[in-house]
Design a protein around this ligand. Sequence first.
Ligand SMILES: Nc1ncnc2c1ncn2[C@@H]1O[C@H](COP(=O)(O)OP(=O)(O)OP(=O)(O)O)[C@@H](O)[C@H]1O
Length: 261
Amino acid sequence: MTKPYLQISDVGIQFGPNVVLQNVSLDIQRGEFLAIIGHSGCGKSTLLNIVAGLLKSTSGGVLLEDKEVDEPGPDRAVVFQNHSLLPWLTVEENVALAVDKVFGKTKSRSERRDWVRHNLALVNMSHALARRPNEISGGMKQRVGIARALAMQPKVLLMDEPFGALDALTRAQLQDTVMRLQTELNNTVLMITHDVDEAVLLSDRIVMMTNGPNATIGEVLPVPLARPRDRLALAADPTYVACRTAVLQFLYERHRHPAAA
Ligand SMILES: Nc1ncnc2c1ncn2[C@@H]1O[C@H](COP(=O)(O)OP(=O)(O)OP(=O)(O)O)[C@@H](O)[C@H]1O
């Protein structure tokens, strides 16, 4: 068995007397795309923030390539639901800021400019380099956020409901972009979602969390679908349908949210 690239070992966290997560253990291989799904409030963002180094676990820990995670770092880029672009900078400048920070010493000025443009081209944003965030749509802002994260060449890409605030069509387009990038770049990704279809479409494994408090990983479902994936062809694929049903059963039968009972 290959050594895990990212190792979450027996992680627990409590805020005051409230135990939010306990005994969360997960081994992730390089190039894997994992979705985390679970009812609202179970602790998904808390787990992602621990991996990002933004929160400290109360017990257990996280290793990335054998190095303990204890603070945020450019090896773990985060894409949030609400794009966090700086409003006074253009699209190109927003990505350049991150690229200059990570590659300021190792790439020349022109290499950095080319790298910024290359990553914006990957998410089909080459036409809007000089626009400011308030001049582009929500979906375009999310594209820029993804380009910025990819441009940092992180070891792990952490995405917290990256498409949550988008309309269904824009969301589908961005999912297709992320699927294409995953086929091309083979990133290691941890993505939180509430959308069962999104989880099945995009991931290699789906991590299903039990309800909080004391939430933990209930089950990890492999998604054995070849890439590239085509959403229309997959809709009737028996493996796709079986995965989708398994997640729905976990969420709505075995771990039904108490508030919905
Ligand atoms: N800094 C904090 N201090 C106190 N409690 C917190 C803190 N951060 C999170 N929590 C609590 O931890 C629990 C899990 O929150 P978290 O945001 O991780 O859930 P989630 O699964 O991501 O929810 P959602 O799906 O609604 O975004 C919640 O009960 C929340 O109130």
